[in-house]
Design a protein around this ligand. Structure first.
Ligand SMILES: Nc1ncnc2c1ncn2[C@@H]1O[C@H](COP(=O)(O)OP(=O)(O)OP(=O)(O)O)[C@@H](O)[C@H]1O
Length: 231
């Protein structure tokens, strides 16, 4: 279980998150929604310890993470698929994947076959440079790399943004299967409301760095969408 209590996040002196509390149960698919600039990316960066200062409590399975550096949070079980994918362009696909394995608790060095089986294109392109993949292929690589860190919770920042529709569908199906068939806990930041509705069990809507409303995904009404999400 991932529990945030009264979390504030700062860029320098500017407070971008205010008193955020949320609970993501083991096996949940939890979507964080909200308009541009409300703090969704900041929330994931705060969970990962990538902000200049954070206060409050962030616990994963009871272990307090808030004072830990990012690499220890990765070892504790937070996997990350950042906005923009963060693929190392000069490294091959194999090398990018190896980077993920080194954040696994059991030590790195082995690319698990089942992860490659999720994305056959990566297997085909193992020796190709990351920078030479299409946007959709890079997104698949970023997801595979995060899976190889053997996360308890995967944090994904807009994984379908700017990707051609046929690959979007594949990525959505893989994420839904990872959650429903393997029980992987997922926290998804999304602007794609249709996907969030299809995949999620719970949601929270952010507004100006705070949680405006949240609950079971069945409670995400058209009224809420118009009030908080539609531009
Ligand atoms: N590096 C930074 N330094 C200072 N302020 C920042 C920085 N990055 C983001 N902010 C500010 O923090 C607030 C939240 O930004 P954030 O990127 O988390 O929003 P978001 O909801 O993820 O938006 P988007 O959907 O556009 O990605 C915004 O007001 C933004 O201007």
């Amino acid at each position: 279980m991932l529990e945030l209590a009264n979390v504030d996040g700062f860029y320098g002196r500017s407070r971008a998150l205010q008193s955020v509390s949320m609970t993501v149960e083991k096996g949940d698919f939890f979507s964080v929604l909200g308009r541009n600039g409300v703090g969704k990316t900041t929330l994931l960066r705060t969970m990962l310890g990538l902000m200049s200062r954070t206060s409050g409590s962030i616990k994963l399975d009871g272990e307090e993470l808030v004072a830990k550096p990012t690499h220890e949070r990765a070892l504790a079980g937070l996997g990350y698929v950042p906005q923009g994918r963060g693929v190392l362009p000069g490294f091959t696909v194999r090398e990018n994947l190896m980077v993920g394995t080194f954040a696994a608790r059991g030590g790195g060095g082995r690319i698990a076959e089942w992860v490659l089986d999720l994305f056959p294109i990566l297997k085909e392109f193992l020796n190709r440079r990351g920078g030479n993949l299409s946007g959709g292929q890079q997104q698949q690589l970023a997801i595979a790399r995060a899976l190889l860190s053997e996360p308890k919770v995967m944090l994904l920042d807009e994984p379908t943004e700017g990707i051609q529709p046929n690959i979007v569908e594949q990525i959505e199906d893989v994420l839904i299967d990872l959650n429903r068939k393997q029980g992987l806990t997922i926290v998804l930041v999304e602007q794609n409301i249709a996907f969030a509705r299809r995949a999620s069990k719970h949601f929270a809507i952010l507004n100006r760095g705070s949680v405006a409303v949240g609950g079971a995904i069945t409670e995400l009404s058209d009224d809420l969408i118009h009030k908080h999400l539609v531009v």
